[in-house]
Design a binder for this molecule. Sequence first.
Ligand SMILES: O=C(O)C1=C[C@@H](OP(=O)(O)O)[C@@H](O)[C@H](O)C1
Ligand SMILES: C=C(OP(=O)(O)O)C(=O)O
Length: 434
Amino acid sequence: MTQPWPAPTATGPVHATVAVPGSKSITNRALVLAALSEGGGTLTGALRSRDTDLMVDALTALGLTVTVDGTTVKVEPHQGLSGPATVDCGLAGTVMRFVPPAAALADGEVAFDGDPRARQRPMGTVLGALRALGADVDGDALPFTLRGRGRVPGGAVTIDASASSQFVSGLLLAGAGYDRGLTVHHDGKPVPSLPHIDMTVAMLREAGVEVDDSEPNTWRVAPGPIGAREWAVEPDLSNATPFLAAAAVTGGTVTVTGWPERTTQPGDAIGEIAERMGATVTRDTRGLTVTGPDRLTGLDIDLHDVGELTPTVAAMAALAAGPSVLRGIAHLRGHETDRLAALAAEINGLGGVATETDDGLAIEPAALHGGAWRAYADHRMATAGAIVGLVVPGVEVDDIATTAKTLPDFPAMWRRIVGGTSATPGPEGTGGTS
Ligand SMILES: O=C(O)C1=C[C@@H](OP(=O)(O)O)[C@@H](O)[C@H](O)C1
Ligand SMILES: C=C(OP(=O)(O)O)C(=O)O
C-alpha cells in the first residue's frame, strides 16, 4: 500500500491546458486487431499504462513480437497466436474480455488469471459464448484455461450482455477469424456502454472487416482477414474528464487539446454534462474547453451509455448546489470495484449525502469536510477523490498509484494543473513534463 496522497486544494480557479495520453479502449482494440492480422499493425499515440502493458504482455505471451518505442507500438507480421501461454489480466476488463475470444484461435493451451478483484468481475457470459461457438474452455470466471485448437467453428450465439458491453466487443473483435464468422445476439436488459460497441464496429470496418449492425441487439461479423494498418490513437477522453471537472468545480478554465471532432469515445459526453451542470463549454481547433460557474448545479441524468464517466460526474455532483440523480448504471457494481457502493461510501465519509439506488446514485448537496478517500484499486475512484479534494481541504486518497491502470502520470499532471501550469504528456506519452 502506498502512502496516503494529500489531494492538492486549489487556491483559486484552475486554469490550464492539458494534453492527455491515448485512449485505453482504442489502444487495446488496435492491439487485438493487430494480433489477429497476419500483417500485424502499428499504433501511434498509444496509451502506455498498466492496462495496455498487460495487453502487450498477453500478445507477447501468445507468441507475437511487439515493439514499444514511446507511444509507438508495433506488432510485427506473424503466422497467428500460439500457446502454451499464461495471460495476466490484472484488473483490465479489456484484457479479460478481449483476449480469450482471440486466444481461442491460438494453437495450444492458454491459462488466464488476474487480480483478486478480477476474479469477481463478470466473465461467465464470454466463456459460455466461446463454448457455444465451439471453443474448448471450462469455467465461468478467472482463473480459467482455454485449450486452443488453432481454429473456432463460430456461427450464431445469444448472450445476455447487460452486465458489460465488453462481452460483445470481445467476441466481435475475434469473430472474423472464426470459420463461419460470428453473429452475436443480445437478449436481456439493455446493453450498457453502446458507444464502446460502436467503437469496436468502426475499428473492425477500418480494418476491412464486414460488420452488420443494422438490427438492434444483433451484430454480424463476416469471416475474412483483418487488415494490417496504422492506428492513430485518439486522446483518452474519459481520462480527460477529471481535468475538465477541475475547471468546472473551481470556476476555472481548462482546455484539453486534440479533442476529436467526431469520436465513438463516451468521454465526449462530458461537454454536455458539464453544460447541464452550469459550465460553459466550447469546441474549437485548440480542443474542448470547460469554464466553470460560481457553483455547479445538480442534474438528473441517465449514464447508461457512458457509465465510465460516473466517478467524475459523481464527484462534481457531490460539490454541486442542488441534488443529482445518476441513473442507468447498475452494471457499475461489476467494474474495478462496486462503484456505486464505493462512491456512496466515500462521499458520505466526507459528510456528504449520497444514496445507492437500484440503478445508480442519488446525491444531495452537503458541506463536505476533509478525510480519507479510499480508491479500492480503482483508477477512477482515485481521480474522483482528487476532484473533491480540489475544493475540500484535507482529502487524502489512500492509493493514488492505482491511477497507473490507465494514466500513470496522473499525480504529476494534477499537481501541475493545480499549480497553474499546463500538463502535457512527457516523452513516454504518459503525461510527463510540460
Ligand atoms: O470496451 C471498452 O473499452 C470499455 C467498455 C465499458 O465497459 P462496460 O460495458 O463493462 O461498462 C467501459 O466502462 C470500460 O471502461 C471500457
Ligand atoms: C470500467 C473500466 O475499465 P475496464 O476496462 O477494466 O472495464 C474503466 O476504465 O472505467
